[in-house]
Ligand binder design. Sequence first.
Ligand code: CCH
Length: 290
Amino acid sequence: DARTVKDAASTKEVDYQKVYNAIAETLEDEKYDDGSYGPVLVRLAWHCSGTYDKDSGNGGSNGATMRFAPEANHGANAGLEHARNHLEKIKKQFPEITYSDLWTLAGVCAIQEAGGPYIPWRAGRKDGDVENCTPDGRLPDGDKGADHIRNIFYRMGMNDNEIVALSGAHALGRCHVDRSGFDGPWQYSPTTFSNEYFRLLYDDKWQERKWKGPPQYENKSDKSLMMLRTDMALTTDKEFRKYSQKYAKDEQAFFSDFSKAFSKLIHLGVPTTQLSEEVPLKKLEDQAPA
Ligand code: CCH
């Protein structure tokens, strides 16, 4: 059974679909944020992977080095303790899964359960040591422009099309003043994965918000939504614009490209010799009732 993969390090078998289901069943929590841990779990999967540097080969999801103080305290990772602490309960239930597999699998689960596309995922990441922590500054800043985004994502080995597709994850979740300094959600239903983020970029009008916080945009129609400067760059940069316009019109194209790009992201830097075959993780609703 492809769902049960032998972990070379522990030689213990892990039923990843069971882990997936356990995460899926604990996503909703009316007391947390917009009612779901999904968005912050997607951000954890992205921040543990997006540290990859293609030239040195270090960083990336292999290692789960955000468990350690230097990386956990990087400014970009503020608030991700909510995601890591939430997943501690799952780790206790399935101690044989590595943190690095668990964090990436949780991102896949959160996207699929929010109505997003199927994401190909492989097991086999190993947890590293504190010495493997990446230097600060490898993740993007929201108050910068197209050049900055390109520098950060090209370092991972991503191209312009992949940058725009991945940015569509901002359909999910929100900015929190006490985490990033920015404030507000990108769309009206921040626990549903869709191309709404791209549609709003074009269908609403955006103006700079006048406030004491860092520079961000608000929608003219009701001022309840936000965009970062980096989000706006997807419409002003000529090359990025091609893709963001396409995704605003064609959700299927977005889903298909996002699936490939996110899957690439969460496997960056993991030696293929370490990885299992693809583990076909099914949504809760697509599984036969027990
Ligand atoms: Fe993001 N993101 N992100 N983002 N992000 C934030 C929140 C989320 C940038 C900045 C921010 C990606 C790319 C970028 C999510 C997924 C992805 C926040 C608010 C900032 C700031 C954090 C807070 O205050 O809680 C920038 C800049 C870029 C690129 O230039 C990519 C790529 C992904 C995934 C594929 C998700 C999801 C959230 C919501 C988290 C939550 O807790 O609601």
